[in-house]
Design a protein around this ligand. Structure first.
Ligand code: G6P
Length: 437
């Protein structure tokens, strides 16, 4: 059960500043449900999880089983919405050093990501690691034309052909793309790759619960049915217009209210390294959804306590336009106690026998309190654990909240026209046919 705690917004926002938004929320909620919002063609994510559970995921599980049995390593090629959801879920659910575990411990292939940069060094390093392994590839691109994954795929496909030959390469590639459009769909048809479809009505950053996320996650043993169940239950939990019942809408209203008061940067803060890529997923979701028409809360992220020793100074005393959103996992997967060591003069004996979960939680509480005293309002979102079910719930919570937040801000939360500008200039510099000045 997800809990929203607004203790540390006291003094920054009055309760009425949230409740006053109820009538605006009612109207926008109606628009969402009736699919009348700007970008209404991209509302497939609203009930995606429950529909997918009804249809079943047998085909994805079968492909995933084959990859689990045959592959030493799975390379996932994609960027943005075709990358971050799977990476976020992988790092949320799996152990920190998953790839370094033995195959028996992992129970599935190692996982690597490609096509999320254009770095020669990073590509070469990956190919070095893959040498001698049985490699399968899942190439993911909704448009099928994005430069980074297209280059990444070319490289890994060439490498596969060199290792296994043309025919075997075709059996080792799964393409996840548009049902009919784009270069990747055409190539997949020509080459006879196994394919999965990204639905037309689900935009990239809302696509983690389509085959975009489901296939690679199932291949490394993430329980995708539990992930979907968490999101499907969240459809109900965050499906009401009422601000007193719907925590997602309350969070959306709250960030808009803070934004209007000059808190224009939101820092996603967590205390678990496993949440690093969840924060990256969250940044794309909010950044691309809201940052347009010269508006938007700038989404940033920190991993505490690490970043308390680098960014903590700024958050405590720097320019005051910040608010923080803490996501806290109540129960860790493991517990570790601080050992007793009488002869060490590190002043830590008072913590001997105390669990790190407890210590970490005190650090979180202290940080929330200190930052609020320093003029940084902060919100706490508590979730029970690192299970797939909880993660599915949290994905949906933030998606629902993001849609409402963008609509309240008066933007279309489902497009990203500005991303094209750098691409046009890059294509001119690269001399792409049709892009000469
Ligand atoms: O899945 P693709 O079509 O390759 O797109 C991957 C990503 O790149 C684009 O430039 C967009 O900004 C993102 O919204 C998208 O998720």
């Amino acid at each position: 059960m997800l809990k929203l705690d607004l203790t540390y917004t006291n003094g920054f926002l009055g309760e009425e500043e949230i409740s006053n938004a109820q009538s605006a929320v009612n109207a926008l909620h109606d628009d969402l449900q009736q699919k009348r919002t700007p970008g209404a063609d991209f509302l497939g994510w609203l009930d995606l999880a429950s529909r997918t559970l009804q249809e079943g995921v047998a085909d994805i599980l079968e492909t995933a089983k084959e990859i689990r049995e045959k592959a030493d390593a799975l390379v996932v090629v994609g960027i943005g919405g075709s990358y971050l959801g799977a990476r976020a879920a992988y790092e949320w659910v799996k152990p920190e050093y998953y790839n370094q575990l033995s195959k028996e411990q992992r129970g599935g292939p190692e996982i690597y990501f490609l096509g999320n940069h254009i770095s020669a060094d990073a590509v070469s390093d990956l190919l070095t690691v893959l040498k001698g392994k049985q490699v399968y590839v899942n190439v993911i691109s909704k448009s099928g034309t994005t430069t980074e994954p297209a280059i990444g795929f070319r490289l890994i496909r060439q490498w596969l052909i060199e290792q296994y030959g043309e025919q075997e390469t075709k059996r080792r590639i799964v393409a996840t793309t548009d049902a009919s459009k784009g270069a990747l769909r055409k190539l997949a048809t020509d080459e006879g790759y196994k394919t999965y479809v990204i639905p037309d009505d689900v935009g990239g950053r809302y696509s983690v619960l389509t085959p975009v996320g489901l296939l690679p996650l199932a291949a490394i043993g993430v329980d995708i049915e539990k992930l979907l169940q968490g999101a499907a239950d969240a459809e109900k939990e965050f499906g009401s217009a009422s601000l007193s019942e719907n925590a997602a809408y309350k969070y959306a209203v709250l960030r808009n209210a803070l934004y209007r008061k000059g808190y224009v940067t939101e820092i996603f803060a967590h205390f678990e390294p496993a949440l690093h890529y969840f924060a990256e997923w969250w940044k794309q979701l909010y950044g691309e959804s809201e940052g347009k028409d010269q508006k938007g809360v700038f989404p940033a992220s920190v991993g505490y306590t690490t970043d308390l020793h680098s960014m903590g100074q700024f958050v405590q005393e720097g320019y005051r336009n910040l608010f923080e959103t803490f996501v806290h996992i109540e129960n860790g997967t493991h517990n570790v106690d601080v050992p007793s060591a009488q002869n060490m003069e590190d002043g830590l004996e008072y913590l001997a026998g105390k669990s790190l979960v407890w210590v970490n939680d005190k650090a979180r509480l202290a940080t929330q309190s200190a930052h609020a005293e320093g003029g940084v309002p902060n919100v706490l979102i508590q979730v029970p654990d690192r299970s797939e079910y909880t993660l599915g719930q949290l994905f949906y919570f933030f998606e629902r909240a993001c849609a409402m937040s963008g609509l309240l801000m008066g933007v279309n939360p489902f497009n990203q026209p500005g991303v094209e500008n750098y691409k046009t200039k890059m294509f001119q510099l690269l001399g792409k046919p049709g892009y000469q000045k």
